[in-house]
Design a protein around this ligand. Structure first.
Ligand SMILES: [Fe+2]
Length: 193
């Protein structure tokens, strides 16, 4: 079983940037819960799992994607805060980091091993995509509505829905990670060799 200490170690540098220690705990609890529900017993298997079944991820693993999206969303937030003297909205960094670390946590129950070295959509995943299952897991751990909005609305489920600004930043960081791989796979990514 994957425990809280392992999850803490995995995301240590980012978790420490969350000033609210209860929020830190809730993020870790949600991850532990998701690993248990998804039947992921070893961290190495979670690290090997592709972050999407929608394209060839080119070797970019699930944890690498979570880290890239979280650092990316933080970078977008810091760029706006640095560039704009009077940003007309506040960006909550605690919510941004917690939401980014949890945006794809539902994939731990949406994706499963096919026992032949590959991966497939689970029974549960065919009924509820990860933004919905991830929101349920996070709500169970007591995450606030502001973070639930991020998980629920970061992908196409959020199209046209009201969003907190942190959801918008994470959405952009998420697709900055996904789109080059999708385009590389379908031959529309130019250069980058
Ligand atoms: Fe993602």
């Amino acid at each position: 079983m994957i425990n809280a200490a392992q999850v803490r170690e995995l995301f240590e540098e980012l978790l420490e940037r969350i000033s609210d220690t209860q929020l830190q705990e809730q993020v870790v609890d949600t991850w532990v819960d998701a690993c248990r529900e998804g039947g992921w017993d070893e961290l190495e298997a979670v690290e090997r799992m592709p972050f999407s079944l929608l394209t060839d991820c080119g070797g970019v693993g699930f944890i690498e994607h979570i880290l890239a999206v979280t650092w990316g969303a933080l970078g977008l937030a810091e760029a706006q805060e640095r560039a704009c003297r009077d940003l007309p909205y506040k960006i909550n960094h605690d919510h941004l980091i917690a939401g980014a670390l949890l945006h794809d946590v539902g994939k731990l129950i949406e994706i499963e091993s096919d026992s032949r070295g590959g991966y497939r959509t689970s029974h549960s995943g065919r009924y509820l995509r990860h933004p919905i299952s991830g929101t349920v897991l996070a709500a169970r751990a007591g995450l606030p509505d502001e973070v639930l909005n991020i998980i629920a609305c970061h992908s196409r489920e959020g199209d046209g829905s009201p969003k907190v600004v942190e959801t918008i930043l994470i959405h952009q960081a998420d697709f900055a990670s996904f789109d080059p791989l999708r385009m590389k796979a379908d031959g529309t990514l130019i250069g980058g060799e």
